[in-house]
Design a protein around this ligand. Structure first.
Ligand code: AMP
Length: 214
């Protein structure tokens, strides 16, 4: 299965991609996670991307492409993958198509997770992430047992710089401008399914599964 999850920030792509990845035994490839990791380890690509990431702006295509290309070439991605947060521009979608073609592969399906702006802002502003293991919590919808501490590993929970309200608005503007055109791009190619992103992770997962081709 080679699947892309598309949708605005905060729609639940990461959560759904993780669930699908463990269900099908294929990697969940998040360009945002790969970039944050590159920033944390201060790799050359991470240093190039850091300022864009913190401001909530798109990292230049060539930086993201280099990171995603390396990841797709790892052996665990041979059987399939779930892409989350990539592609985010038409140029990235074209580059992905060429990259896969060179590997004798294609994108098989694209699932768009839809959510209204008020719900997106509510989800993102309450989101907290474990600095150590990456587990996600939410002040309102999924609070940790002890405030500020990860239930899973005891690590410190933090708010991503780009989950602050003023940055969220910028990210949504960029989504509409740069990423929303991908909906038409994949619909024209007969690859797109639309799923309502409201409700619990389990509910949304069931909706996605009902759209997936076996
Ligand atoms: P995410 O975790 O998907 O919300 O991504 C966090 C941030 O990483 C974004 O706001 C961008 O700065 C950067 N980023 C992630 N994926 C991409 C991409 N495909 N193209 C450009 N920038 C990206």
């Amino acid at each position: 299965m080679r699947l892309i999850l598309l949708g605005p920030p905060g729609a639940g792509k990461g959560t759904q991609a993780k669930l699908l990845g463990s269900r099908y035994g294929i990697p969940h490839i998040s360009s945002g996670d790969l970039l944050r990791e590159a920033v944390a380890t201060e790799s050359p690509l991470g240093l190039e991307g850091r300022a864009f990431l913190n401001k909530g702006e798109l990292v230049p295509d060539e930086v993201v492409l280099a990171i995603v290309r390396d990841r797709l070439r790892q052996s665990d991605a041979v059987r399939g993958f779930i892409l989350d947060g990539f592609p985010r521009t038409l140029a990235q979608a074209e580059a992905l198509a060429s990259l896969l073609e060179a590997m004798g592969q294609t994108v098989q399906q694209v699932v768009l997770i839809e959510l209204r702006e008020v719900d997106i802002v509510r989800r993102l502003s309450g989101r907290r992430v474990c600095r150590r293991c990456g587990e996600m919590f939410h002040l309102e919808f999924r609070p940790s047992r002890q405030p500020g501490i990860c239930d899973r590993c005891g690590g410190e929970l933090y708010q991503r710089d780009d989950d602050r309200p003023e940055v969220i608005r910028r990210r949504l503007g960029i989504y509409e401008l740069e990423t929303a055109p991908l909906v038409a791009y994949y619909a024209e190619r007969g690859l797109l399914s639309r799923v309502d992103g409201n409700g619990t992770a389990e509910e949304v997962q069931r909706r996605i599964l009902s759209h997936l081709h076996p």
